[in-house]
Design a protein around this ligand. Structure first.
Ligand code: ADP
Ligand code: MG
Length: 261
């Protein structure tokens, strides 16, 4: 059964999409079966997976509207080694169109459940908002991963997100947990970043991933080639960090399973 992660933060530009694409590729390199879900109308995870968002018959929009199944929508990222539910600007209309639909919060969950036996990990790249799209991701996920930049306002936004996860847990999805906070685009020379990082560890303890993702130009260049940073420049610090993160995720997951056994 797949483990489902929502990669979310209502702030834009914190590294959600970059993280989603690179851990999808990293987990695939560890021989895991991965499905990446692009749930942002910007379609950046789609383009970053080497799939042209302008040439798609069916996207995740059709899944949410009940017009296509996951099996009909998924495409293969050949270089990434994973499957993708692609997205494009059509998705921007979904929220309004779903208003009167029954079970509108569970549309993605139902599609993922139907494919859960075919994958080890499903990763959902969320839009930068706490909207119905993000609620669909949270209603489907067992784990929430929160990429963040260690800056002053980061902590302020975090409490809104934690409260949203609590509401989803009580109303829609009792199985959801925040699995981890990821320090993305980290600059160790920045004193404020260090202070915010220390504060995060005090508040969230072991929920902060040990792996740090440094700011690295190769990470920023890779998506314009439709590649993960590992495929683009395997020896870069960005590639090594995202590979370490993929390993840390697997270790944590397998650790949990042993703990329960
Ligand atoms: P989000 O999905 O949260 O909006 P993105 O993943 O799109 O954020 O990242 C925002 C911008 O920062 C993008 O241009 C991306 O290429 C760049 N970026 C993300 N992570 C890094 C990194 N570790 N080093 C350098 N640039 C990065
Ligand atoms: Mg994004």
């Amino acid at each position: 059964m797949a483990r489902i992660f929502a990669i979310t933060n209502q702030k834009g530009g914190v590294g959600k999409t970059t993280t989603a694409v690179n851990i999808a590729a990293g987990l695939a390199m560890l021989d895991k079966r991965v499905l990446l879900v692009d749930l942002d109308p910007q379609g950046n995870a789609t383009m970053g997976s080497g799939i042209d968002k302008r040439n798609l018959d069916k996207t995740v929009y059709h899944i949410l509207l009940g017009q296509a199944s996951g099996a009909e929508v998924r495409v293969r990222s050949a270089r990434g080694g994973y499957d993708l539910f692609p997205a494009n600007r059509d998705l921007a209309g979904a929220e309004v169109e779903l208003v009167d639909e029954p079970e509108r919060e569970y549309r993605l969950r139902q599609a993922l459940e139907a494919l859960a036996d075919e994958y080890d990990y499903m990763l959902i790249d969320c839009p930068p908002a706490l909207n119905l799209l993000t609620v669909n991701a949270l209603a489907a996920a067992q784990s929430v991963m929160i990429p963040m930049q260690c800056e002053y306002y980061a902590l302020e936004g975090l409490s809104d997100l934690v409260n949203t996860v609590k509401k989803v847990k009580s109303r829609l999805n009792p199985g959801i947990e925040i699995s981890g906070l990821l320090r993305a685009m980290y600059d160790p020379r920045n004193t404020l970043a260090q202070q915010v990082s220390d504060q995060l560890k005090r508040h969230f303890g072991a929920k902060v991933y040990d792996t740090l993702i440094p700011r690295n130009v190769r990470v920023a260049e890779a998506p314009s080639h439709g590649l993960s940073v590992m495929a683009y420049d395997k020896s870069s610090r960005g590639a090594q960090s995202y590979m370490n993160l993929a390993r840390e995720i697997v270790q944590r997951e397998e650790g949990t399973q042993h703990g329960e056994a």
